[in-house]
Design a binder for this molecule. Sequence first.
Ligand SMILES: *Cc1c(COP(=O)(O)O)cnc(C)c1O
Length: 360
Amino acid sequence: MRKWNFNPGPATLPLKVLERLKEDTLELPNLGMSILEISHRSKEFEAILNDTKKLYQELLGFSEEYETIFLGGGASLQFAMIPMNFLKGGTADYVVTGSWAKKALKEAKLLGNPKIAATTEEEQFTRLPREEEINYSKDARYIHFTSNNTIYGTQWHKYPKTPEGIPVFCDMSSDILSRKFDTSKFSLIYAGAQKNLGPAGVTLITMKKNLLNEGAENLPTMLSYKTHFQENSLYNTPPVYAIYVVKLVLEWVKEIGGLEEIEKRNNKKAELIYGMMDKYPDYYKGTVKDKDSRSFMNVTFRMVTEDLEAKFIKEASQVGFHGLKGHRSVGGIRVSMYNALEPEGIEKLCEFMEDFKKKN
Ligand SMILES: *Cc1c(COP(=O)(O)O)cnc(C)c1O
């Protein structure tokens, strides 16, 4: 039996995509070869790559000014590639809202003098900074945000204002494609695929093309954005299979109604589970202080004792709910409910929560 999979990443994929992969992994239609066996330089693969890029940009509503590349190395490699290409020994503003943002900052520190524009670390990242708490520097080469804090369960629902003329970069690994937003506010958006877009192994980076002119020179070839944009992600062998799966996931998104429908589904899931937590706030104790900062992707709560949490996870697993254990730095329970998780999974989980509360 297929479990309800609340893994934080790699995460659940649409069943339709998995079924399609079963066939295409043996043979791509009319090609007599598996997707795993064809050349990355074949016209068939180049078409797959270009279609994936086009559909991604179309679904998210990027204008012609933007271009997307596909790289290995995870979002974590982008933590380093961004300062390598754009910091150029200067400063940048980092809004530090969780562990991933801290890791991004750490890399920038190795390459220049980034500043912390705001952080809520003293409050264990249980909320996002308020607009008036963010201090931008005049000479920042860019501003860096993390849209959804996968571990702490917070998410920007309205991005704070940033100063005119400074490019805004964002790590959207854990909420990309989960809702509509104004892409034109960002100059660079990156996302590892393994939460909302597909399997592990590929990261999508979308950038305003004119930003490339400002990139550092004399970088190692593989670490320069220019290489990959100029070569359409084909400088070396890209993660062919992962890109193909992303294409199928994007087609699934389009088929069910695009971002509009995805957002509706995600809102519904959030309403259900936060509704349950708000019904029993002393039993399912949300770790996020500010209701406006609650993540629609990763829902975190603690229970009265660790023993009770362990019992919750164990009994949930016995009835087919997988991946609910919170990250070790927060503890408790984390319900990751990315795009591919059907709303029915959250309905069922809420029934279980109601029942568990009654019995315990
Ligand atoms: C998971 C995650 C990452 C790390 O991605 P890797 O692909 O493992 O490098 C980075 N940022 C955020 C927000 C994430 O959720």
